[in-house]
Design a binder for this molecule. Structure first.
Ligand code: G16
Length: 561
């Protein structure tokens, strides 16, 4: 780094001193904390994003959001040139940068890092970072801090995309690096065109008349509701009633996280909505769950991420089957696409059993889209979903180029045949569903198109399998980092003794399953329990929660279990 660059860095950093006594960690989805603590962190992530853009010679993204967290929190994460999450190899640098005590230690860190990564700052091609934020009031000043961080690296510039959903920003980064204009209009166009394509290829008999065209969506009082309001005016078919799109408090008694965890109706929904298909987005619209309201209480029938995954898996498997044609002609088709499913330990046991029965390969990873996405990318078609509604479908380049060729062949030899339509549907899905990250808006349109295709109501969909009763709780402990897990978070390896205690407790319940893990987005330990009936699942979760309350640093009060 030359002297001018060094002095710009030190001067800018001195305007953003870190809050004393706070340790930041790039967790499940970037940095998250009370918004008042985040200015220095966001500024420093701006520096990191600019360096990543210079190193890769591509556009990267920086999103300011705390997604499902409460409105007073905020957060920041980086989208890599592919549109996916920041490469994990840069996370230790992000941690070190966020925790550097003063501008000179920050300068030293940057100096060491650019040498280690062979990043040449002098004469580097212009770097660009797309900046987005959700609707949190703290977002505006944090966006300014991010801009200053980016500008502190010579040759780097920020392009403000404004208030966008997290998946929109990821989509824009990916699009820009593929030479497509990164605009909201283009994003909506792509979604709408592929959605209409899918509707055009619904087999006769499975007609739209079998499914009600009405959908009610809870926008979590965040950015997703606002965007859906815009999108729906261009949909043509499907009446969407968007509720909670900005008047109330973000994520308070609303949103996908609330609905999925509490299993009750969100604000503005009630028994008058019983029987209608409903969906809920989270605060930055990267999660989606469906539900139907029960007629006699505030309870719901939840259709979670596992069921969305199952619906997608069923549809894609069927389309691949049609495309391949009858068994005896398979030899001619040369390409058997691999279809894989990725879940986490939160996946309901009944969903995993169902997917196994479909004959699918299932892989488990730790919580966090960055892990699931990486695994899903190993297949020709990789479907990943967390039970909380975060997920997407990835199509490999190899498979897509084979599919394009096959589609062209079919168009000339048997246009309009079942095989040709299956090829067209698969291509449309690959364009509709966000290839960068889980996206509630594109996921919602795909669900709607598949329900139309199947001629299914939400109730019929929900009957694919019956969830095992489960309960999720969160516990405040003294130090959640004292808990270390292994085996995709299903086993606690430290503190020693706690896993045995959980196992002993779990063994008391038929079909019992239970695990604990430290959250990467909130200062809590999460407890998940599943059992043959709701009371048993609740009891198991509560007794393990009670045991966790005894976690003091690395000392476990096993007697509490
Ligand atoms: C983020 C991640 C998800 C994860 C969720 C909860 O979601 O993107 O992969 O499931 O946090 O993580 P944890 O249990 O570690 O707090 P979001 O929607 O908040 O960005």
């Amino acid at each position: 780094m030359n002297e001018q660059q060094r002095s710009i860095l030190v001067q800018s950093a001195s305007r953003f001193p870190p809050p004393p006594g706070v340790k930041f960690s790039y967790g499940t989805a970037g940095f998250r904390a009370d918004a008042s603590l985040l200015e220095s962190t966001v500024f420093r992530v701006g520096i990191l994003a600019a360096l990543r853009s210079i190193q890769t010679g591509s556009v990267v993204g920086l999103m300011i959001t705390a997604s499902h967290n409460k409105v007073s929190d905020n957060g920041v994460k980086v989208a890599d040139p592919s549109g996916g999450m920041l490469t994990q190899s840069w996370e230790p640098f992000a941690d070190a940068l966020a925790n550097a005590a003063d501008p000179h230690s920050l300068l030293q860190l940057v100096d060491d890092f650019v040498k280690k990564e062979n990043i040449t700052l002098e004469g580097a091609p212009a770097a660009e970072v797309l900046l987005g934020r959700d609707t949190r009031p703290s977002g505006m000043s944090l966006l300014e801090a991010a801009k200053q961080g980016i500008n502190a690296i010579m040759g780097a510039s920020a392009r403000v995309m404004g208030v966008v959903t997290t998946p929109q920003l990821h989509w824009m980064v990916r699009a820009k690096n593929k030479g497509v204009e990164a605009s909201e209009n283009n994003y909506f166009d792509q979604l709408l065109t592929s959605f209409r394509y899918l509707l055009d290829y619904i087999p006769q008999g499975n007609s739209r008349n079998n499914v009600t065209d009405k959908l009610i969506v809870d926008g979590a009082d965040g950015v997703g509701g606002e965007k859906l309001e815009k999108l729906k005016t261009r949909l043509g078919y499907l009446t969407i009633d968007v509720r909670n799109y900005g008047d109330g408090v973000l994520n308070e008694g609303v949103g996908a996280d609330y609905v999925q965890k509490e299993k009750v109706v969100p604000r503005s929904f009630g028994t008058a909505d019983a029987g209608i298909r409903c969906a809920s987005l989270d605060g930055d619209a990267d999660r989606l769950v469906y539900f139907s309201v029960l007629s006699n209480s505030n309870k719901i029938n939840l259709v979670d991420g596992d069921k969305i995954l199952s619906l997608f898996a069923l549809f894609l498997k069927e389309q691949l089957g049609i495309l391949n044609g009858p068994e005896d002609t398979k030899a001619n088709k040369s390409y058997q696409a691999s279809l894989g499913v990725v879940q986490t330990a939160y996946a309901n046991g009944a969903s995993t059993d169902y997917l196994k029965q479909l004959g699918l390969e299932i892989v488990l990873t730790p919580t966090g889209v960055k892990y699931l996405h990486e695994k899903a990318a190993e297949y020709d078609i990789g479907i990943y979903f967390e039970a909380n509604g975060h997920g997407t479908i990835l199509f490999s380049d190899t498979f897509l180029s084979w599919l394009e060729t096959r589609n062209n062949e079919l168009a000339s030899t048997s246009e309009g045949s079942d095989q040709h339509k299956a090829a067209l549907r698969l291509l449309a899905v690959s364009k509709l569903i966000n290839q960068a990250v889980g996206d509630a808006l594109s996921g919602l349109l795909l669900v709607e198109a598949i329900l139309q295709y199947m001629g299914w109501s939400i109730h019929k969909w929900n009957e694919l399998y019956q969830d095992l009763p489960s309960r999720q709780l969160k516990v405040k402990v003294v130090d959640r980092t004292a808990i270390i897990t292994a085996n995709a978070e299903t086993t606690v390896v430290r503190p020693v003794g706690i896993q045995e205690a959980i196992d002993t407790e779990t063994a008391k319940y038929p079909q019992g399953r239970c695990f604990i893990r430290p959250s990467g987005t909130e200062d809590v330990v999460r407890v998940y329990a599943e059992a043959s009936n709701q009371e048993a699942a609740d009891n198991l979760a509560h007794s393990v929660e009670w045991g966790c309350r005894g976690l003091v640093s690395s000392v476990v009060m096993l007697g509490n279990f």
